[in-house]
Design a protein around this ligand. Structure first.
Ligand code: PGA
Length: 252
């Protein structure tokens, strides 16, 4: 049985006080939901410490949205994996399309971030996904395969065992357009095959989350697919109710 996961990516939203309220509401709602669904919230760096404190012992885990490529030193504005892990944070999103697109993150950058994440005990949620023109040109499977080969293929088998992957078609992020459940399943199966080609049967256990306008109204259909093990949720994670509803979609 693979883990079922809903992870909320708050992006650059909420003040620390608003984030604390949101985390409290998620933690309170999570109590009513079976432990079979793992909840993760990923607030901005400035909120991490307080959100870890609020969610401790509630079954809601905390992730960061990124980490630095380097361990420490003169890198103004950066936040290291070690700093993040020392707060009690367990996860880190890496390779989000917004980081690739707006901050020029390449596979090379991401290999270094991966190394830092693992060296400090963080579990990466590694994002892959094609742009609209890549899908229209029929290159979506190749693009995603390359994103996996260039970064994930460098992991050791022990590191790979802990990995979470998120498939986020860029054309579906924040646009209200969702991949159909069949499009998601087709790509998730492709991702699992690509991972299995390198890591064998362990890939059967890798949670592969869907992201891109996932909301309470479509989560049930997406999560019912064989290779869709949960969601990485942006907009709909900014309200406790809709985020919790998405988690409950597993239970229907
Ligand atoms: P969205 O974002 O749910 O707002 O489309 C998903 C993500 O980018 O993680």
């Amino acid at each position: 049985m693979r883990r079922k996961i809903v992870a909320g990516n708050w992006k650059m939203n909420t003040t620390p006080a608003e984030g604390a309220e949101l985390a409290k509401a998620v933690a309170a709602g999570k109590k009513e939901i079976c432990d079979c669904v793992n909840f993760i919230v990923c607030p901005p760096y400035t909120h991490l410490s307080e959100v870890v404190r609020i969610t401790r012992g509630t079954g809601v885990a905390v992730g960061a949205q990124d980490c630095a490529t380097e361990e420490k030193g003169a890198f103004t504005g950066e936040v290291s994996a070690r700093m993040i892990a020392s707060l009690g944070v367990e996860y880190v999103i890496l390779g989000h399309s917004e980081r690739r697109q707006y901050y020029g993150e390449t596979s090379e950058t991401l290999n270094r971030k991966m190394r830092q994440a693992y060296a400090n005990g963080l579990t990466p949620i590694y994002c892959v996904g094609e742009k609209l023109e890549e899908r229209e040109d029929g290159r979506h499977f190749d693009v995603v395969k390359a994103q996996l080969e260039e970064v994930i293929y460098h992991l050791t088998p022990e590191q790979f065992e802990r990995l979470i992957v998120a498939y986020e078609p860029v054309w579906a992020i924040g646009t209200g357009k969702t991949a159909t459940a069949d499009q998601a399943q087709e790509m998730h199966a492709h991702i699992r095959r690509t991972l299995a080609a390198k890591f064998g049967a362990t890939a059967e256990q890798t949670p592969i989350l869907y992201g891109g306008s996932c909301k309470p109204s479509n989560a049930g259909e997406l999560f019912a697919k064989e290779d869709v093990d949960g969601g990485l949720i942006g907009g709909a994670a900014l309200e406790a109710d809709s985020f919790l509803q998405i988690g409950k979609a597993f239970l229907k």
